[in-house]
Design a protein around this ligand. Structure first.
Ligand code: ADP
Length: 655
């Protein structure tokens, strides 16, 4: 929280701890918002116009969280202020002075907590938020972003000229504090008179937003967005929501809209979820769950170094904790939802959840249900499944290398780009690969690389294209682990096409040495011997290639060696990692190779030949985007250009 600065009288060198002293008796301090908050406020006030009502959902949701927290805490800790207070949210309107008040009897905040929560954006990613917000072209998208990034409280400034928040922490010793701001860049904090625990927010409604001073409008907004809050929400004394937990209601009595609103309430995402599953189990353990798969999730959230499982755990309707990581394995972290179990004690603690057999059972069921959801999506609507796959395929793949139990099911859910699919966006399943496999084909071929485009251009694919053999493109780092984890699919082994031991013998005669006479054969053998010597230290060996048609040469992984992609990954993990040497395969039918053979026959000590030998390796490396020695490559290219232009000039002269 050091990003805040103090302004006003006590500007000089005051930081958190000596703030009280600095602010004197009245304890009024003025502070500026963290820069990101200022940007956010600016965006909220100046870019959202039609969806203003969501401010109410955000404030009610905060109040509900605060009630959850005190509810849970008071189960074990009786030393809290107002132990028996009614857990509810009150909404009041004072039309005369145009003030809307939202009051909860939740956990409240201390002065430090207010500074931390309502002056800074606690989470990282606020810069990312501001960026995405600036890029978002429509309002819907912006509202979604607000939900995703959890910047709810500040949305109140879409409708307010001024906001006064008074809060008192449930800590019996804490003092009440009043926070006030007009949303321009600064806020003040002062000591307040408030006997009761909880938070009260007075919203001075802007003149163009007076509809939010109308009780009926407010009721409508609350029913629409906050019906599932499990505490009574009262507008002018009358309860307007249905507090029965959604997950305990019979499925056929819940509409799609209600599920969707519940999803929004839970996640902040205003887009509809891609899929949902409502689970109600009686034996052997009684529990309910509603699971959702969002259409998309921010990469920053999916690939966070400390990934979360966003399932809230309830016990007998009482909220126990959010982000309950014991409920699902990490490779299903795209799932959001709630679990409510009747067979756990209310005082379960985070620590004993880990070994809890009830939780383990629930987890098993949930994994099965999520996989079932995905399988039924595949069956009913492959397009929809591909939306899922594009968003979360990378995460799901982690499961194959981590989980033995569900490997087969997961294998059926994998999707790949392949050499037979030209459409950039099309994917096939392993089953489709098997369905159209060639009669004699024993293996499932794949090639791994940096990205689809680079893989598609690899000369290694030439012979496969010619023979109509399909090759899977493995374009994500995790892919090769997946293949290693699976080993086989439908009794066929996976085979990398860049492995030296690749055996395409069946068609060998057709491809091999067609149009190559004995003299050329002898030249090739000579050239191979020459290259072996010249390239010692750069390649492990040189051999004649059976897999090239249009390219002069290729580098392949030696037998038992790592694939290029695996090496790349090793290098990412360990900068010191030394790449192994690869094997150079040359194409004896290629013009360049033939010419080199002919030159070698005439002049073994040709300088040019020496340069060209090295350039064969550099040529492949260039294609892979990694040149070892740019100077040498530059020089060789210059000399090649010299020869080529000279001969062209000669030809022009002649004609
Ligand atoms: P989010 O709710 O996504 O964390 P907000 O900006 O809405 O983001 O709120 C920031 C934080 O302020 C909350 O996480 C919570 O700690 C605190 N807070 C907000 N409203 C209340 C409230 N009514 N009672 C207690 N704490 C609150």
């Amino acid at each position: 929280m050091s990003e805040e600065q103090q302004v006003g009288d006590d500007k000089e060198g005051q930081v958190d701890d000596d703030k009280e002293q600095a602010t004197g008796d009245g304890q009024v301090e003025e502070r500026v918002f963290q820069t990101e908050v200022q940007q956010l406020l600016h965006l909220l006030i100046h870019s959202l116009y039609t969806q203003k009502e969501i401010f109410l959902r955000e404030l009610v949701s905060n109040a509900s969280d605060a009630l959850d927290k005190i509810h849970h805490r008071s189960l074990t800790d009786k030393n809290v202020l107002d132990l028996d207070a009614e857990l509810e949210i009150e909404v009041e309107v004072a039309s005369s002075n145009k003030v809307l008040t939202i009051r909860d009897r939740g956990i409240g905040m201390t002065r430090d907590e207010v500074n931390q929560n309502i002056g800074t954006i606690a989470r990282s990613g606020s810069a990312e938020f501001a960026k995405q917000m600036a890029d978002a072209d429509d309002e819907e998208k912006k509202v979604q972003l607000i939900g995703q990034f959890g910047v709810g409280f500040y949305s109140v400034f879409m409708v307010a000229d001024r906001v006064v928040l008074t809060t008192r922490s449930a800590d019996p010793d804490a003092e009440a504090v009043m926070w006030e701001s007009t949303g321009d860049g600064a806020y003040t904090l002062a000591k307040a008179d408030k006997a009761e625990r909880g938070t009260e927010i007075k919203i001075y409604i802007r003149s163009d937003c007076e509809e939010f001073l109308d009780a009926q409008t407010l009721e409508g907004v609350i029913r629409k967005h906050s019906d599932f809050v499990s505490y009574p929400i009262k507008v002018a004394g009358k309860q307007v929501n249905d507090t029965a937990a959604l997950w305990t209601r019979p499925r056929n009595e819940i509409t799609d809209e209600q599920y969707n609103e519940f999803y929004t309430h839970l996640t902040g995402d205003t887009d509809e979820p891609l899929a949902r599953e409502h689970v109600a189990v009686d034996v052997p353990i009684q529990f309910y769950s509603v699971l959702f798969i969002p259409k998309h999730s921010p990469a920053q959230w999916l690939f966070n170094p400390e990934p979360k499982i966003s399932l809230n755990l309830h016990v007998k309707r009482v909220f126990i904790q959010d982000d309950c990581k014991e409920l699902l394995p990490l490779w299903l972290r795209f799932v959001r939802g709630v679990v409510d179990c009747d067979d756990l004690p209310l005082n379960v603690s985070r620590e004993n959840l880990q070994q809890n057999p009830v939780i383990a059972k629930i987890r098993q069921t949930l994994v099965r249900r999520v996989l079932g959801m995905l399988q039924s999506m595949v069956k009913k609507d492959e397009e929809k499944y591909l939306t899922f796959w594009r968003a979360y395929g990378q995460v799901l793949k982690e499961g194959v290398s981590m989980e033995v139990e569900h490997k087969d099911q997961l294998a059926g859910l994998l999707r790949y780009h392949t050499s037979l699919e030209d459409d950039a966006d099309s994917y096939i399943s392993l089953q489709t690969y098997i369905d159209r496999i060639q009669d004699e084909q024993e293996k499932i071929y794949y090639l791994a690389g940096e990205n689809k485009e680079a893989i598609a251009q690899s000369p290694l694919l030439e012979t496969f294209r010619k023979r109509g053999l399909e090759v899977l493109y493995l374009d994500e780092p995790v892919d090769e682990w997946v293949i290693q984890g699976l080993q086989k699919f439908a009794e066929k082994e996976f085979q990398a096409v860049d492995a030296a031991d690749l055996d395409l013998a069946a068609d060998e005669d057709e491809v091999k040495l067609e149009g190559v006479d004995d003299e050329q054969k002898a030249e090739t053998i000579e050239l191979i011997a020459f290259l072996k010597k010249k390239l010692e230290g750069r390649v492990s060996d040189v051999a004649e290639s059976k897999r090239l048609t249009d390219s002069p040469c290729v580098l392949v992984a030696p037998q038992g060696g790592m694939s290029q992609n695996m090496e790349r990954l090793m290098h990412m993990a360990d900068r010191e990692f030394k790449s192994g040497q690869r094997l150079l395969e040359i194409n004896p039918k290629h013009e360049i190779i033939r010419n080199m053979g002919a030159v070698l026959k005439r002049d073994r000590d040709s300088d040019q030949l020496n340069n060209w030998a090295h350039f064969l390796v550099d040529f492949v490396l260039l294609g892979e985007g990694k040149v070892e020695d740019p100077q040498r490559v530059g020089k060789t290219l210059q000399s090649i250009m010299g020869v080529a232009t000279a001969s062209a000039a000669e030809e022009t002269k002649e004609s």
